[in-house]
Design a protein. Structure first.
Length: 326
């Protein structure tokens, strides 16, 4: 066991466990410390073994098979024991670090959207293009491409009947092909411009609403991010062996599906590491570049608002002087 496991959390918070005999065993965890403890356990795995239950089989097909490209799953569904995945994730994080703070047309457009200068309804297109250009300077999004990325992002929660229709009509495969083509089949770019960009677009829309709410000027960039950041509601894990967790009455088994309620965990802690599962083997490679961009656009949007307020105040002052003299 690692030090992390020896110092298991005793937060007094009880996870929710739903069991129906051999039919169902689901553990819902929302406490940040318990999520970290389980995520670092050597017998907790990102891969969902389809042989253990009907639920595992359904999830494995929906996530690992349906959302595979060139026979490979998206990095977010790849095993933590995959050494190639781990090395690639580290290299990607380092490369994205070099892009922190870089200006660009997309960032300026996002700033204008948040400040209210730009009323475009297609901010998702701009956000997707910003994500794509982290990987390729010639990446160009369209409304149709944004809808394709959104379809992939929402695929894990698509109702079975609707998913069947999407597959039978070819719309799902067409969406996958469109995203892959523009991403030059880069599996990380595919993830960024579908699942990644969807949550980021929702965050930007929330920032726009927050920017025009009461007390917005008193919000620091970090306060705004904590208030508006949209993170995955749930992250799934499986067990490769029986696990005795100190905060559970009975052991987890290979039939247990672990559900990290990441959004609820982040809401409780406000810690970006909890939002991006930072400082762990499954940390998002964009865990630094995304908050940096959001801080920059929030600051720039409010700086522009302050300039406008100064100009307006000067106009009002001169109007009062002219009126007094007249």
């Amino acid at each position: 066991m690692t030090d992390t496991l020896e110092t298991a959390p005793n937060t007094g918070v009880k996870p929710i466990r739903i069991r129906l005999g051999k039919l169902l065993d689901v553990l819902l965890v929302h406490d940040p410390e318990q999520i970290r403890w389980l995520n670092q356990h050597p017998d907790v795995e990102r891969e969902i073994d389809p042989s253990t239950s009907w639920l595992h089989r359904f999830i494995d097909k929906r996530l690992k098979l349906d959302l595979a490209f060139g026979g490979k799953p998206l990095p977010v569904f790849a095993s933590k024991k995959n050494l190639e995945r781990a090395a690639t994730q580290r290299r990607l994080h380092d490369r994205l670090e070099d892009l922190r703070g870089l200006p660009g047309d997309e960032r300026e457009q996002i700033t204008n959207y948040i400040s209210g200068k730009d009323t475009t309804e297609d901010i998702g297109v701009i956000v997707q293009q910003w994500c794509g250009r982290l990987f390729s300077s010639h990446y160009r999004s369209t409304k149709e491409l944004y809808e394709a990325g959104k379809k992939l992002a929402e695929w894990p929660i698509t109702l079975p009947l609707l998913a069947l229709i999407e597959k039978k009509t070819g719309r799902f495969d067409a969406a996958k092909q469109a995203i892959a083509d523009v991403a030059d089949n880069d599996i990380h770019c595919i993830h960024a411009t579908s699942i990644g960009m969807h949550n980021l677009a929702r965050t930007v829309r929330k920032l726009r609403s927050a920017a025009h709410g009461l007390g917005a000027t008193k919000l620091s960039p970090d306060d705004a991010i904590r208030m508006c950041l949209t993170v995955p509601p749930a992250v799934l894990r499986g067990c490769t062996q029986e696990i005795d967790a100190p905060f559970l009455a009975s052991p987890l088994t290979q039939r247990t599906l672990i559900v990290f309620l990441v959004a609820k965990s982040f809401e409780k802690s406000g810690d970006l590491d909890d939002a991006f599962l930072g400082e762990s083997w499954s940390a998002c490679p964009a865990r630094d570049v995304i908050p940096e961009m959001l801080r920059a656009v929030w600051y720039a949007a409010h700086r522009e608002e302050t300039k406008d307020e100064v100009v307006l105040e000067k106009i009002n002052t001169w109007s009062r002087i002219i009126k007094a003299v007249s």
